[in-house]
Design a protein around this ligand. Structure first.
Ligand code: PDD
Length: 276
């Protein structure tokens, strides 16, 4: 069952008018929230980021955090899987096509849940492959906007060559992945690009940095050059749906030893404990 504008219904019955501004302009934002054993993971952080995205597009939050929590719990209860990921989507509603914001139009609110499967064990054991590309997105990548055409095109570059992700470089520096955050390990130090308008402030990114701090893993938040990405000992990818994954090849070259490294193993184990 999905939630759409105040009602629960099977997804096959859910319909959006063609004049919805999400459809016409990509005028909306979204969130992806994992739920382990039917409990939303880091819900207050996700709701904070939802508010940041809404503020970024000047759209009023239709619900209080308690109302969101209640709705999400209902969606979780109506879904079969123990581990799920919730997709929340809010658009500026339905109005005659005009770029200017419509007045007094209710937003469209959609929530669905899908089973959350851990990344395949073989991929965690062997490491995934990634490619690089120039980050050609807009400069409000901190807003989780539904207008994802650049991300879609960038991710497809990876899919075309059977790689998992496209790692983005802007003006010679690492930003993030097409749908993930990226960390680099160099000489035993975990390096993370600083949050800015050029990347999505990942909730999993925060978890990894907190785990590093709590477990005395050397880490540094600073700009990472393209050259540092190319000569990394390890590259790690994080997202709510992929958790933490090792990248073992980049642009067809091995990363470090060409297999998952010790910091990946450590952080992956810590993450599994933390989410349990
Ligand atoms: N994407 N950067 C981008 C561009 C992303 O799309 C995502 C997540 C992340 C990681 O953020 P988090 O750890 O909060 O999931 C970083 C989601 C999963 C998606 O679009 O499906």
């Amino acid at each position: 069952m999905i939630y759409l504008n105040g009602k629960f219904m099977p997804i096959e019955e859910a319909c959006i008018p063609v004049l919805d501004r999400g459809f016409i302009f990509g005028d909306g934002i979204y969130e992806v929230i994992p739920a382990y054993s039917r409990k939303p993971f880091r819900l207050p952080k996700h709701l904070n980021r939802l508010q940041h995205s809404l503020d970024g597009i000047r759209l009023k939050n239709p619900f209080s955090n308690d109302e969101w929590k209640n709705l999400l719990e209902q969606v979780i209860a109506k879904s079969d899987a123990e581990d799920q990921y919730l997709y929340l989507h809010i658009t500026r509603g339905v109005a005659k096509r005009d770029h200017a914001f419509p007045v007094n139009v209710p937003p469209t609110v959609f929530i669905m849940s899908n089973p959350l499967l851990p990344p395949p064990a073989e991929l965690l054991a062997s490491g995934a492959s990634a490619i690089t590309a120039i980050d050609n997105r807009w400069i409000r990548c901190d807003v989780k906007a539904i207008s994802l055409l650049p991300n879609v095109l960038l991710r497809q570059l990876a899919v075309d060559v059977h790689a998992l992700e496209t790692i983005l470089i802007r003006d010679g520096f690492l930003t993030e992945g097409a749908a993930s955050n990226i960390f680099v390990v160099k000489n035993g130090v975990l390096l993370a690009p600083p949050k800015s308008n050029l990347m999505l402030p990942g909730i999993t990114y925060d978890v990894v940095l907190e785990l590093a701090a709590a477990n005395k893993i050397p880490h540094e938040i600073r700009e990472i050059t393209e050259a540092e990405v190319r000569t990394a000992d390890e590259i790690l990818l994080t997202s709510s749906t992929k958790e933490i994954m090792p990248i073992a090849s980049l642009d067809n070259q091995p990363v470090g030893q060409g297999k998952p490294g010790p910091l990946f193993a450590r952080l992956h184990a810590l993450y599994q404990d933390y989410k349990a």
